[in-house]
Design a protein around this ligand. Sequence first.
Ligand code: RTP
Ligand code: MG
Length: 136
Amino acid sequence: MSQRTLVLLKPDTVRRGLVGEVLGRFEAKGLSIVAMDLRTIDGEQADQHYAEHVERDFYPPLRAFVTSGPLVALVLEGDEAVEVVRALNGATDGRKAAPGTIRGDLSLSNRENLVHGSDSPESASREIKIWFPDLP
Ligand code: RTP
Ligand code: MG
């Protein structure tokens, strides 16, 4: 079933010049870009996006990281897009993520792990509203 999912190419992806590499993997898989924007977010938008994590110990450095520079926000669409993107991204910790995944191939960090993908269709619709409120 065709789905939409919210993807972030986090500030480390932009800083490291890996936007083309990472975006290319999603495109090569067959997912369509429905919306895409380079933007720098403030702490309030980070809190909204990561509402489930704001009370966690790891949140303050995560908040500092995601607000540290421009990121690329995307809506991708395709068959089972939520699960497909999570599989392409790999495990959260780049040191443990399987080779062949974006994080497994390109990240050595548990925080600076290059990408975000919505974790369920419900999260995807919540996050898409936050990032692209005008998207039909
Ligand atoms: P994401 O939400 O970014 O797609 O990543 P995820 O589902 O794989 O991981 P999640 O548990 O939702 O964590 C969100 C982001 O927080 C950072 N993080 N740091 N212990 C730590 O220092 C820690 N744990 C998670 C990562 O940037 C992770 O992607
Ligand atoms: Mg998550």
